[in-house]
Structure formats: C-alpha cells, structure tokens
Design a protein around this ligand. Structure first.
Ligand code: ZN
Ligand code: ZN
Length: 358
C-alpha cells in the first residue's frame, strides 16, 4: 500500500532498473540446448512453487529495505519466487540464493479525485501491478488530465502491455479504487489477468463494509459478468526484518508472508508466467494444498490437517461442503463457473481458480 498521503500524485519517478529476469529466461533456454546440469534438471521439474506477486523495497520510497534483503527475507520464509513491485519502478535481481526474483512494478496512480467519485473515499489510489516485465522502460502511467476511473485503469493496462507484463488489479477495496464488478469485468475484457482477492495489508478492506461487498463477493460478481480474472493473495509488504522495530515505534506496519500464491510450474520465469496465465495456481493465506487435481469430471483436494472445503458457484453461492483431510467434488454440468474455497481451523484459506465449462 502507501504510507504517504494519497494526494501525492506520483508522476515524476523515472528510475528504471533493467529487468534481469528477461536475461534469466534466455539463460534457462540456453541451458537446455547445451544439455541440462543438475541445477537445470531440478529447475526443469514441474512442482508447486510458493510465490509472491506484491512486495516493495527501498526503491519504492516507502520501504527502508534494499531489494537484496527483501529477497533474502522471502527466501528465508520458504518462497520459491518473488515478483518485485516497487512503485513505478522496475526491480529484479535474477536469482538470489534459492529464490528466483522476477521483474515487476506497481503502476501507482494516486489521484486527488476521479470519476465516478466514491463517496466513502474521495481520493483515488488506482494501483496495478505489472508482473513479468521483460523490457526496460518507464513504469509510470502517463497523465493527461482524464480522470475517468475506467480510463485511468485502462492506461495502466496499456502501460503493462508496453512493459511486456501481465496486469494484476491491486487491492480493489483500498479506498474502493476498483470496488465495482462492472469495472472489473470491463478491465478483464481490456486485458487484466488477475485481481487481488486477499491483499493482506491491514488497510485493504478485504471484508468490505455496510455499503461495499467483500473482495471475494466482488470477484464472484465480476465472474458472473463474464470476467476471466484469476485471484491473487499477496502481502503488499513494506517491512521485513524492521517490522517489529517499526511496530514498537507505534507506526503502521506492512509485514510479509501473510498472503501468497502457489503455482504449478518449473522454477523459471517463463514457466511460472505460463502457468499463471492458464490459472494453474491457487491463492492462499496460509493453507497449503497437498493435492489439487482436476480430472475430467472431478476436482480432488487434500490438506495436511483438516479443513472445510466449499464448492462455490455463480454469485458466490456455496453449492456443496465437505469436511476433513480430503474432498472430491463431482463437477457435473457447470453453470457459469465453479471454484473451491478451503478454510482451516485457524481461519486461514486457500482459493482455487474458477473452472469454466470446456
Ligand atoms: Zn503495493
Ligand atoms: Zn498499492
């Protein structure tokens, strides 16, 4: 998120780091052509990878932690990959120890106002993550005085495409920037791929309020309108080893390892990107799925302990519930889409991506 006034419209940040991930992709392909080393064989195995698509370093201006230390922190917390998303700045380091870092940026439009206005939140922080950036370029969205919310988001989608990236609509309920299913469905048609269902920053308002639906209901409503958006859980972290120090000063803390995704892929940027594009991943706030298998007419899930498994359909309606370590859902005839939400005894969750009729 941001820890500065949202009125600070950021249009001048121009520092750009060339995305080393692109070089990493080229290197990985070269390995294969030359004959795989042991590392390459391990990198070539498809497995479930724990990843983060929203994290800030001191290149954002609102975090004190250098990117190298952010990468080390995520490696120490069991992550396989990290996509840096500094405000309007492309950051990537390639591999840092066991961790793969991937280039990205948070395209950060902090507008004083926009249209239509949101009565509950006069300012308009409209943030979009460009993930898998593969070329050096400015990562700020050009401003032209047009304050239409849809147009501003569309400009961010166009910038994401210009960076070679995939667009993630961030924290839709933060100042209710994208808390509108019709808007989300239109952004999906215009190229957005992902929406943050669970941005775990404390001020994301994921649960909504009396006049705004939760981000999960918003996602269902957008899916009902034809959106093809996959759900993301993320940290939006700004504090790492300094989190407790910042907390002890009585300041707001944005810590990490609270929300993440788990992607079925080889441990290289191209494979992770392709799997995310196809929805071959799930979002999690702490639930790890031991099994997630889709057969022609069934979906099988398994956790290590016990959980509640809910098959969810159009409108967010719970179609079926199962409890225990393992659940097998017969998919039958799918009306619109179905998806599964898994909740453990501690309230932590995993969300699988929608399955549409084939
Ligand atoms: Zn952020
Ligand atoms: Zn943000």
């Amino acid at each position: 998120m941001v820890d500065r006034p949202v009125s600070a419209v950021r249009t001048t940040r121009a520092r750009v780091t060339i995305g080393l991930a692109a070089l990493g992709v080229v290197g990985a392909f070269a390995w294969w052509r030359l004959g795989p080393s042991r590392d390459a064989v391990e990198a070539g195995q498809v497995r479930w990878l724990k990843g983060q698509t929203h994290a800030h370093s001191n290149r954002s201006g609102d975090s004190d932690t250098p990117p190298e230390d952010v990468a080390r922190w995520y490696a120490a917390h069991g992550f396989d990959f990290l996509i840096f998303t500094d405000h309007d700045t492309v950051t990537s380091l390639g591999r840092v120890g066991p961790l793969l870092t991937i280039a990205g940026a948070e395209l950060t439009q902090n507008l004083e106002r926009c249209r239509p206005a949101e009565p509950a939140a006069p300012h308009c922080p409209l943030h979009v993550n460009a993930l898998f950036v593969d070329r050096p370029a400015s990562a700020s969205v050009p401003q032209d005085g047009n304050l239409e919310r849809l147009d501003r988001y569309t400009a961010a989608l166009q910038k994401t495409a210009a960076l070679g990236g995939l667009a993630q609509i961030n924290h839709p309920n933060f100042h209710y920037g994208a808390a509108n299913a019709t808007l989300l469905a239109e952004l999906s048609r215009r190229g957005a791929r992902f929406v943050e269902l669970a941005n775990e920053a404390w001020d994301s308002n994921n649960q909504g309020d009396a006049t705004h639906p939760s981000t999960e209901q918003l996602w269902d409503d957008a899916l009902g309108l034809g959106a093809r958006l996959f759900a993301i859980a993320s940290d939006d972290a700004h504090h790492y080893d300094d989190a407790e120090r910042v907390r002890s000063r009585g300041e707001d803390v944005f810590p990490g390892d609270l929300g993440f995704i788990v992607v079925r892929a080889r441990n290289d940027p191209a494979s992770i990107r392709a799997s995310m594009e196809h929805g071959d991943f799930y979002a999690s706030t702490g639930v790890w799925l031991e099994t997630l298998d889709r057969a022609a007419s069934t979906l099988t899930l398994e956790v290590r302990g016990e959980a509640r498994f809910e098959l969810i359909g159009r409108g967010g309606k719970v179609l079926e519930q199962q409890h225990g370590q393992r659940a097998v859902f017969a998919l039958g005839t799918i009306d619109g889409y179905v998806r599964v939400r898994v909740t453990d005894a501690n309230g932590r969750r995993a969300w699988t991506q929608p399955i549409w009729p084939s």
